[in-house]
Design a protein around this ligand. Structure first.
Ligand code: AMP
Ligand code: MG
Length: 819
């Protein structure tokens, strides 16, 4: 600005009689409006000169400097305070926009930008114009309302502020001046309530008119008055810009002068994203300018497609609520539903994992199936002993589908117990022997079980009047039963297990999974994680996690061996590393925190095992450390949809993702109104297909809230499960896990509803109010912190022991604060 002229021009001779005039101007000397004046006056002068006529441009009554003086005085006047107050009020408590970007925001943003061009057809514009007219809305207001809807669909945020330019030529005297008059104003619109488009239009109309009335305040003064802290990587107040200009017609050829526009991309972007629309001859030409620090070219192209699709959808039904409009193009819809979810794979008809296991018993009866602490069972032995238990249960009157709680420490008996229950047609319900009596009693009561399978060590862990089958004590009686299988085996639609997970209202809930679910999982995982008869699984996971099924059933339906590890060994990195060296397994699974413990002992996978992980988000660092040493699979899935629903092999340097759906599984990323979200846009991850379990035991309401009819499936009656996880499709078809939509947290793989802990705390006589949060320490480790308001004295120990009597240890906060 100090060293150059604000306007430069040159003539390029292309050929004799063929010239090109290039004018370069700084924005401080000219705005969009000015450029039309310049062009018009230049034509008129050119014509006049070529025809030998006098220059037609009359001297200006006012110059830009007069405007500058006027503006300075205006800004000093008292009348502006009400206008500044207007903006302060309008922009109060504006939350920052969480726009999903392809790349995370750098600490200092570069202004490098890219562009995408698109056009909107004449008939569509004319139809939208007529819709707008009904509500006294201009085309700008109609298109801006649509843009607002698009932003809502991208961000899920209802209260969004978007910038727009105003010409700043409110006085006739300024109309013919060339100079910088344009200003930006923030338009903050709220979509609260289940708003219809026509209602939005009315709101936009009134807010826009108000905003225009206050538009003489330069944007920088608005920002200053707000006292907003400036950031180097973000525009203040709004990061997204929307403009509609009208281009005057008939300027293209005047008096022998041919005007044509040479479109030049700026290669820069003033905002994160701007939509610049121009109305030309009834059509609208659009340019999307995007920051290359944040977006890919393809993402901006996709946005252009969504905006056009949305406009058509608005034309079809302008009285629709804003969440219901279509934004996906047909191409994208097919891509998501048919390409990304192309997972059909036939399952063996009428079979269960028990049949597959029994096949292996026939094939390799003497192969080792199970090893624990120096003791082992062959396939034949495991099969025979679990058949005997099944006979025993059945002769005691166990009916198919009955839940059978099992409460036993890790041992061969634990596995015989599980197989025995399954073979008898029952559904096993794993219970951690270290759980407090209260909780165990609740689970037993909730299942209405007649029997519980336990051992002499755990027989006193529950109080109710229930039949206790004490495996070690009653072994001789059980072993007198026939060792052949029962004449009737469970079929695919029979319940296989019920696993209790934390419940936000204070009591755990049992997720029911049937044999068809378990079969689909086991077969799909066999293929993905490459199990065969040589597989040796080191099993470290507690059986109260459904992930234990991967360690048990998948190797055993393939003829492999399962090597159970004692809890004490599984929780100590050095001992676990030693165990790995001893057993030399081919496979091991652990939560990311479990792998961290092992890594911190210095282990670097000398055995070359295949590693699987899941149950909580995998961190970049852990992923890299593990992937350096061998094959690593990230497995994702809630208990409700059977252990694993998506999978991805992770490589060093590659972004962590949870990958793609397993066989016969569909994944949808849905917006708040249940519509499919496009690639890149975060939404709730919902799961359909053969993994979807039966729902929650005795909780029909919760079941119908979380398990909905699958609107995208071609098979009638299919259901999908709403996970409460926030995720998005990445370009290329993998899924990125982004966190939770609710208060559920994971600590070392344990699933915890913070609300459950809070509800229990409130039962304590001296607690009035309670809040529990999971706080991350520097190393990515999470701990529970309890905040309480007490009526009496605050006694941490009393709260802890109270919680311990009702909740598992992992749900008891470590840090406490009295408020
Ligand atoms: P659970 O029912 O205990 O298996 O917990 C399921 C929840 O754990 C999911 O809804 C996710 O929030 C989280 N989760 C499971 N696996 C993963 C994974 N691989 N990456 C990120 N989160 C995961
Ligand atoms: Mg899981």
């Amino acid at each position: 600005l100090n060293n150059d002229h604000m306007i430069r021009a040159c003539i390029i001779t292309k050929a004799p009689q063929d010239y090109c005039l290039v004018i370069t101007m700084h924005h401080i000397a000219l705005d969009g409006w000015s450029s039309h004046i310049l062009r018009k006056e230049l034509s008129e002068c050119y014509q006049a000169i070529t025809k030998g006529k006098p220059i037609p441009v009359a001297p200006l009554p006012l110059q830009y400097i007069d405007y500058a003086i006027w503006q300075r005085n205006f800004l000093k006047s008292d009348s502006i305070q009400t206008k500044i107050d207007y903006w302060k009020a309008k922009l109060q408590n504006l939350a920052s926009l969480q726009f999903p970007t392809d790349f995370s925001r750098p600490t200092e943003i570069s202004r490098e930008g890219g562009t995408v061009r698109f056009s909107i057809k004449k008939e569509l514009i004319s139809d939208l114009n007529s819709i707008g007219l009904k509500y006294n809305a201009t085309l700008f207001m109609t298109l801006f309302s649509a843009f607002k809807v698009l932003m809502y669909r991208y961000t899920g945020q209802k209260d969004i502020c978007i910038g727009t330019p105003v010409a700043g030529r409110d006085y006739q005297e300024f109309e013919n001046l060339i100079g910088f008059f344009v200003n930006s104003i923030p338009l903050r619109i709220s979509l609260e309530g289940n708003m219809r488009f026509d209602e939005l239009l009315k709101q936009v109309q009134s807010i826009t008119l108000d905003a225009f009335d206050n538009s003489e305040i330069p944007f920088e003064q608005i920002v200053e008055s707000l006292g907003t802290k400036r950031e180097l990587n973000k525009n203040p107040v709004f990061q997204i810009f929307f403009a509609l200009q009208n281009l005057p017609e008939n300027q293209l050829s005047e008096g022998g002068l041919l005007w044509s526009e040479e479109i030049q991309d700026n290669h820069s972007s003033k905002f994160d994203l701007s939509f610049d629309l121009t109305e030309v001859n009834g059509c609208v030409e659009g340019v999307i300018e995007f920051s290359k620090s944040l977006f890919r070219q393809e993402t901006a192209e996709q946005m252009a497609g969504h905006f056009s699709r949305l406009l058509e959808s608005i034309r079809e039904n302008p009285a629709n609520t804003v969440g219901k409009f279509e934004i996906l193009t047909d191409f994208e819809k097919t891509y998501i539903l048919e390409n990304l979810n192309d997972t059909d794979s036939p399952l063996p008809e009428g079979k269960t994992i028990l049949d597959l296991f029994e096949n292996q018993v026939l094939k390799t009866p003497d192969a080792i199936a199970l090893v624990f602490e120096g003791k082992q069972l062959t396939y034949k032995e495991l099969d025979a002993q679990s058949n005997q238990l099944a006979h025993f249960l059945s002769s005691n009157g166990l009916q198919p589908e009955s839940p059978v709680p099992i409460c036993i420490d890790r041992s061969l008996e634990m596995v015989i117990g599980i197989f025995g229950i399954l073979k008898s047609g029952g559904a096993y319900v794993p219970i951690d022997p270290t759980f407090p009596k209260d909780r165990i009693d609740y689970m037993i009561e909730d299942t209405k079980a007649d029997f519980v399978v336990c051992s002499s060590d755990t027989v006193h862990n529950f109080s109710g009047p229930i039949n206790r089958i004490i495996l070690d004590k009653e072994m001789s009686m059980i072993q007198s039963m026939p060792s052949e299988k029962l004449p009737k085996s469970p079929s695919q639609e029979h319940l296989a297990y019920i696993i209790y997970t934390s419940g936000s209202t204070g009591k755990p809930k049992g997720a029911m999974v049937d044999h068809s679910n378990l079969l689909n999982f086991s077969i799909s995982l066999t293929k993905i994680v490459e199990y065969n008869s040589f597989s040796r699984q080191l099993s470290v996971t507690t059986y109260i996690f459904d992930a234990f099924c991967l360690e048990l059933f998948v190797p055993l339906i393939n003829g492999g061996g399962v090597y159970l590890v004692k809890k004490e060994d599984a929780m100590d990195g050095f001992r676990l590393a030693q165990k790995l060296a001893e057993v030399k397994p081919t496979h091991m699974q652990a939560t990311p925190s479990g792998w961290q413990i092992l890594l911190s002992s210095g282990w670097n996978n000398p055995e070359g095992i295949i590693m699987t992980t899941g149950g909580e988000a995998l961190g970049e660092e852990t992923k890299n450390l593990l992937a350096q040493t061998g094959k690593l699979w990230n497995l994702y899935g809630p208990t409700e949809t059977t252990i694993t629903s998506t999978y991805k092999q992770m490589d060093v340097g590659e972004k962590v993702s949870i990958g793609k759906p397993i066989d016969n599984t569909a994944v949808y990323i849905l917006g708040p109104d249940g519509g499919l979200n496009p690639v890149g846009i975060p939404g709730e991850l919902c799961i359909g297909g053969k993994g979807v379990g039966r729902g929650y035991l005795n909780r029909p309401e919760l079941t119908s809230e979380k398990f909905l009819p699958d609107p995208f499936s071609k098979i009638p009656c299919d259901r999908m499960y709403r996970t409460g996880d926030l995720a998005r499709w990445l370009p290329g078809g993998n899924i990125e896990y982004l966190g939770r939509l609710d208060d559920q947290v994971k600590i070392r793989g344990y699933r915890i509803e913070l609300g459950e802990i809070e509800s229990v705390l409130l039962l304590h006589p001296s607690v009035n109010q309670a809040v529990v949060i999971a706080k991350e320490n520097g190393q990515g480790d999470k701990r529970l912190v309890g905040y309480v308001v007490c009526s009496g004295a605050f006694e941490k120990e009393s709260l802890i022991s109270f919680l311990r009597s009702k909740l598992p240890e992992y749900m008891v906060p470590i840090l406490w604060m009295e408020l």
